[in-house]
Design a protein around this ligand. Structure first.
Ligand SMILES: [Zn+2]
Length: 194
């Protein structure tokens, strides 16, 4: 039988030699390939998996789609023979991730939650153009806010400064005349009692 012949070949010394050499060659080549730059949970060192195009391995975002599909769930190819099983597995995984996320959100402090919400706003998934539009909106809103907060304050504050200067000058003059009056009074007092 064919499978028997295959098994005999796989157990032969020659097959083992060929396999060992192939693995050695691959390991030597693997050393030279770019690695994922993410920090691994186990010890905080850089991940040693092979990096994909974007510099991350498939565990650390290497398969995150680009462009219009950025951050969106990717569904299995419907024409694949095991498409249904893949879809079910994917749905299960999404549900598991959703539950874990809900747990993580519930355990967050208000500050952490605020940071999370902020990032969710700036890193929303979807088409690049849509994200760029939202980014522009945020920028414009920030500019408008900034211009409302510091509107025509300079003229106002310049006016105020001028008024304050005048008030200070008037107070100084008042003090000056008060002093003169006091001196005059003192002279008169001495005149009466001296
Ligand atoms: Zn990695």
């Amino acid at each position: 039988m064919k499978s028997n012949r295959l098994n005999t070949w796989r157990q032969s010394t020659q097959w083992r030699m060929i396999s060992r050499e192939a693995i050695k060659r691959w390991n030597a080549k693997r050393e030279t390939l770019p690695k994922c730059g993410a920090r691994r949970k186990r010890d905080g060192l850089p991940c040693s998996q092979l990096a994909k195009e974007n510099g991350r391995c498939h565990y650390h975002g290497g398969t995150t789609p680009k462009g219009d599909q950025w951050g969106l769930v990717q569904w299995p190819n419907g024409k694949a023979p095991d498409a249904e099983a893949k879809l079910q597995a994917k749905l299960k995984r999404i549900e598991r991730i959703r539950k874990a996320k809900a747990k993580r959100l519930a355990a967050m402090s208000p500050e952490e939650r605020q940071r999370y919400d902020q990032r969710a706003k700036t890193h929303a998934p979807g088409p690049a153009a849509e994200r760029a539009r939202r980014r522009d909106d945020r920028k414009r809103a920030a500019e408008i806010r900034a211009s409302l907060e510091t509107p025509d304050e300079k003229p106002v504050s310049a006016e105020l400064a001028e008024l304050q200067r005048q008030a200070a000058a008037l107070e100084e003059a008042r003090d000056h005349y008060r002093r003169l009056a006091e001196q005059e009074q003192a002279k008169q007092d001495r005149g009466v009692f001296g």
